[in-house]
Design a protein around this ligand. Structure first.
Ligand code: SF4
Length: 459
């Protein structure tokens, strides 16, 4: 597609909008017979779109009450001609590359009671998505109230997994193949935890989150070494939420759960991603549905708050199998259920072999997400955080649902960038949040370099 601009400079936003409608399009050549012209003349934006000889037109007034009125009008007319040509209407409208809850709050600050009208009319956000944002804003309140000026959270990364899932785009190492790195990695990690506590303004994190990877896939003694280092380095008396993302059910054992209990962990993720055996197998996960139920009931016996992750859009998942799986999970009554949308990145196997997800129908994935929203709300779960990534199937979002009072505060703080996070480990991002600005520094991406650099961070 060729994009011509007249009197405006919004190619980046307009290109991203084109990709919403035509996910595999190139916006730098015209071999597909598509040409878009967007012009800004005085107070009006115009779009003319030629799709293989069929012409679509749109125009819209610039709304001066918007902080980005001219940009918004230009992108809106582009959105409109693509809508006319395809019949599609991406439900997040013009919100690309922004965090929906943060944007809702910003609009609410600027426009007060008419915020939702502005989101719907000017930014073309569908009412059901506005509804999710409103609920998430309500649900996050009690966690936000716990923040004080110098409070912070602690994130620890253990980037190893029993095997690599085919959709994975994280930097994570299979314990089988990269076993030799685990022990030196944990040593480096423990010294970084110690150093971090020494440089933090005080030693009392509000929340702790151990993620990865699958932190529970390492040997018990190494796992305990990390939890012990955290306890020795920090004062956990103010820490009201301590999560371990156990993730893969086959790594959850009585021994691991006992260690977690001993060190004050109170929240655990047990993630089947799907309750279909064939979907699990195709995704390269080396556990069964039965493994998940066993791990869940074991974690429940130990009294943890449990989060369960599901992915909408995995190859071979149907709307029926997704809904059936979700219903079985709701019957378990976990504290949190997080619904992710499959997204494809080059680092993942699915990114390398497009035939693996070629049959994933975006409309079906959109239906899975919408079924999840409806079913979960009926059963007393409410959205409390959400984020969107590029390249998700059907341009859908990831939503964390929670029973009231069981929201994961760390997810809210981290996702909305409203609290400092000290992060230790390879590829772990420390964010110092101060006076509305964020200073970021990241641990070396790969575990072997992290070990070699002694855990030094890159700015
Ligand atoms: S469990 Fe998570 S981090 Fe590990 S390979 Fe699978 S998707 Fe990647």
């Amino acid at each position: 597609m060729i994009i011509n601009l007249i009197n405006n400079d919004y190619k980046f936003d307009i290109s991203n909008t084109a990709i919403l409608f035509y996910p595999r399009i190139s916006v730098v050549d015209d071999s597909d017979g598509k040409k878009l012209t967007v012009s800004l003349d005085g107070n009006t934006a115009y779009a003319e779109y030629n799709d293989n000889g069929i012409l679509y037109r749109s125009n819209s007034e610039v709304d001066d009450s918007l902080y980005d009125g001219p940009r918004c009008a230009c992108v809106r007319v582009a959105f409109d001609v693509f809508h006319q040509a395809t019949g599609l209407r991406p439900p997040w409208g013009l919100l690309i590359g922004v965090r929906p809850v943060n944007f809702y709050l910003k609009m609410s600050d600027i426009h007060g009671d008419s915020c939702e009208e502005v989101l719907e009319k000017s930014y073309l956000v569908a009412p059901e998505k506005i509804n999710i944002c409103r609920k998430a804003v309500e649900m996050r309140k009690s966690s936000v109230d716990k923040l004080s000026e110098d409070s912070y959270s602690l994130y620890i990364s253990i980037p190893f997994c029993p095997s690599r899932c085919k959709y994975c785009s994280f930097v994570s190492y299979s314990t089988e193949k990269e076993k030799k790195y685990i022990s030196p990695y944990i040593e480096t990690l423990c010294s970084e935890i110690k150093k971090t506590a020494e440089t933090a303004p005080h030693r009392n994190p509000l929340t702790v989150y151990i993620g990865g990877g699958t932190p529970t896939c390492i040997e018990d003694c190494l796992f305990e070494r990390v939890l012990n280092q955290i306890r020795e380095s920090f004062d956990l008396s103010d820490c009201f939420e301590y999560t371990v993302e156990a993730g893969r059910p086959e790594t959850i054992t009585e021994e691991k759960l006992c260690i977690m209990k001993k060190y004050g962990v109170n929240r655990v993720s047990v993630n089947p991603q799907t309750l279909s055996e064939e979907v699990l197998f195709t995704a390269g996960r080396k556990h069964t549905v039965q493994d998940f139920f066993k791990a869940y009931s074991l974690a429940k016996e130990y009294g943890f708050d449990i989060n369960i992750d599901l992915i909408a859009g995995l190859p071979l998942e149907t709307t029926e199998s997704f809904e059936n799986g979700l219903k079985k999970i709701i019957e378990l009554s976990p504290a949190n259920i997080t619904v992710h949308t499959l997204y494809i990145k080059r680092a993942a196997d699915y990114g390398l072999d497009s035939s693996l997800y070629a049959n994933t129908d975006p409309e079906a994935v959109t239906q899975m997400v919408s079924t999840a929203c409806n079913l979960l709300e009926k059963e007393g779960y409410f959205p409390y955080y959400l984020y969107r990534q590029k390249n998700t199937v059907g341009n859908n979002e990831n939503i964390g649902f929670s029973k009231k009072g069981k929201e994961c505060a760390y997810n809210i703080y981290m996702m909305d960038d409203i609290q400092t996070v000290y992060a230790c480990g390879a590829n772990a991002m420390t964010k110092i949040v101060k006076n509305g600005s964020i200073d970021r520094s990241c641990g070396t991406k790969f575990a072997y370099n992290y070990i070699r650099n002694n855990g030094e961070k890159n700015k």
